[in-house]
Structures are given as structure tokens and as C-alpha cells.
Design a protein around this ligand. Structure first.
Ligand code: SF4
Length: 338
């Protein structure tokens, strides 16, 4: 084990770490929201969303009592919407089962939707100042280099080693663990970056096994990049006599679950099978864009069709684009405003 690791890390964090992030020292609720937003999303992207979200839902009860539509509207653009749905669901559980208090217990925290062991560790340490152990992407990368951990880090064998190391390195006292957690995140994102780590600025340059062997670029082993399949989706914007657009809520499960968008299908004629009262083939092409999901690349083709609202009975919400307040996926927003 590396001598005085947490003490040296804390000294480094005090001098070089991040101390001004808007969720720091704001309590467990702010920590939780930020941790969920930061999954798969960079800090600079998250900051404005976090601020807007906390203004709209300043407490857990505000979040629990809000409609899912409103929560998704504040999430629109961040992607990975199951995170928002789980956050909302977990807030309801905290209100109903835990008297509006986020549990201070690892076992109870990981029972809440969307909270895994690392997020729970972050809530305990950063949110409550208790001992909590984390193992997010930053920590995994740092540990894999410091200790030359080979293989696929997502596999059970590597996971076990990583959790043991993370646990051994985390100080026992709550206040020290809080600093340690932030410091590990900072070291990973500011110095031991995925590409071009700044080993010369690293407080552990002499202890790091990968650095000492000149093998930093070998750790962690790069994930095998799967070829993403391509699909074409047609977005048919129906516009009525008052220049309002028809928005439909998407099924809760699946891509953009719970958000609102015009009709989407694999072709105009497929959409036409649902819309028998209008001739979709008269729709006019407006433009297109490509959007990459983690598992899929989609070419979105945008068409617009002028209709009479009485021809499209009983479904969705008619609204002018600029006035629609519910959550719309960011690429759809770009198309509609393009
Ligand atoms: S020496 Fe380099 S590779 Fe090792 S922990 Fe520090 S920044 Fe990361």
C-alpha cells in the first residue's frame, strides 16, 4: 500500500482540488442530485442543469411532489432519462418510507432506485460527512494505474480488487473520508485524466506502478468499442391552423421515455399507418441531423405537415414550439427550431 496516501492526497486536494462546485457542502440532497447528473456527463455540462434543477426542486419533498413531466422537462438535454425517472421515484420513496430524510445507511441507500454502491458512498461521505467509499470511473482509472490492475475493470475479479483497494485507502473518520472522496474525484479528473495524464504534477508519481514502469497508456485497458448500428428515424411535425405543433408523450420505457416529441417512425408511411386521417406523404422535408446514443446512431429526418386539428382527434398536446414547457429531447428541439 502507498504510505500516507490519504494524508498526502488531502494536502494536494487542499492546494489544487476543486472547492467551488455548486453542489459542494450543500448537504446530502444536493450531493445525490449532482452525483446522478454527473453519471456519463461532464461537470461543465452539469452545472447549469444542476442549478436550474435545484431552483425548481429545492427539497426532496418538492421533487417528490412534482410531476414526472416537470422533472423530465428540467432534465431535457442531459440525456439518459432513466436517471431522472429513478431520481423522482427515489424521492417519493424517501418521503413515504424515510420521513423525507435521505437514509444515512449504505444498505438502505442502495435499495433506492438509481443509487448504486458508489453513489451511496458519495452521498455518505460528501453529503453527510460520514465514512463512504466510492469507485466511479475516475477512481477506477487512478487505482488501475497506481496498482497496475490488468484486464477488463468491469469484470467481477477486477471489481473486487478495486473495491478492496478503494476501501483500504479511504480514511476511517467521516470528515477525512469526505475530503478523500472529493480528492480522488479531483485527482482523476484534473491530473490522472483518461488521455494525457499529467504525471509530472501528480503527488503519487513516484508511487504509481504504471508510471514507474512507463506503462501508463496501458491502464486501464481500453474498452473494446462496439460498432454502433445506424438507424433512420422520421420525425413528422404536425402543425395546425393556429401554427401549433402536436407533441406526444413517449412510452416511459425506452429511448426518451416520458419526454414529448412529434410522431417518430422508421418512415413516413409507417407513421401514416397510425395517422389514417391525413396524407402523410404530402409532408415537406425540413432538414436532418445525426444523433449518437451510447448504443445507437440515429439519422433524424424532419418533415412538417399542415393539418386541421379536428382531423387528429384526442391525442397529444397542441402547443406553439416556443411555449411548450414539458421535456422535449434535445435533438428534437434542435430540429423543430432549426
Ligand atoms: S503518476 Fe500518472 S498515471 Fe500514476 S496516478 Fe499519477 S497521474 Fe495517474
Amino acid at each position: 500500500m502507498i504510505e500516507n496516501f490519504s494524508e498526502r492526497l488531502a494536502i494536494w486536494q487542499n492546494q489544487y482540488g476543486r472547492h467551488e462546485l455548486p453542489w459542494q457542502r450543500q448537504g446530502a440532497y444536493a450531493t445525490w442530485v449532482s452525483e446522478i447528473m454527473l453519471q456519463q456527463t461532464q461537470v461543465q455540462v452539469v452545472i447549469p442543469y444542476f442549478q436550474k434543477f435545484m431552483k425548481a426542486f429545492p427539497t426532496i419533498s418538492d421533487l417528490a411532489n412534482a410531476s414526472l413531466d416537470s422533472v423530465l422537462a428540467h432534465w431535457a438535454g442531459l440525456g439518459y432519462y432513466s436517471r431522472a425517472r429513478n431520481l423522482h421515484k427515489a424521492a417519493k420513496t424517501i418521503v413515504s418510507d424515510h420521513h423525507c430524510e435521505i437514509p444515512k445507511d449504505l444498505g438502505l441507500l442502495i435499495q433506492l432506485p438509481g443509487i448504486g454502491r458508489s453513489t451511496a458512498g458519495a452521498i455518505l461521505s460528501l453529503g453527510f460527512g460520514l465514512r463512504g467509499v466510492i469507485q466511479d470511473g475516475n477512481v477506477r482509472r487512478v487505482l488501475s494505474r497506481l496498482f497496475c490492475i490488468h484486464g477488463d475493470l468491469s469484470k467481477a475479479t477486477a471489481q473486487k480488487i478495486l473495491w478492496e483497494l478503494a476501501d483500504q485507502l479511504t480514511p476511517n473518520s467521516g470528515p477525512a473520508a469526505r475530503i478523500h472522496t472529493q480528492a480522488m474525484m479531483d485527482l482523476g479528473s484534473l491530473v490522472c485524466r483518461r488521455s494525457k495524464p499529467s504525471c509530472r504534477r501528480c503527488p503519487f508519481a513516484d508511487d504509481c506502478q504504471a508510471n514507474q514502469r512507463g506503462e501508463v497508456s496501458l491502464f486501464p485497458r481500453p474498452k473494446r468499442v462496439k460498432q454502433r448500428p445506424d438507424e433512420t428515424w422520421v420525425v413528422l411535425q404536425l402543425e395546425n391552423e393556429r401554427d401549433e405543433t402536436l407533441f406526444l408523450q413517449r412510452p416511459l420505457e425506452g429511448i426518451w421515455g416520458g419526454l414529448y416529441a412529434p410522431h417518430i417512425g422508421s418512415s413516413l408511411s409507417k407513421i401514416g399507418e397510425q395517422l389514417k386521417t391525413v396524407d402523410v406523404l404530402e409532408a415537406e422535408y425540413q432538414g436532418e441531423l445525426t444523433h449518437a446514443f451510447s448504443h445507437l446512431k440515429v439519422h433524424l429526418e424532419h418533415y412538417k405537415l399542415k393539418v386541421h386539428s379536428q382531423d387528429i382527434a384526442g391525442i397529444g398536446v397542441w402547443q406553439p414550439i416556443g411555449r411548450f414547457q414539458k421535456g422535449v429531447p434535445a435533438p428534437i428541439n434542435t430540429l423543430l427550431n432549426g
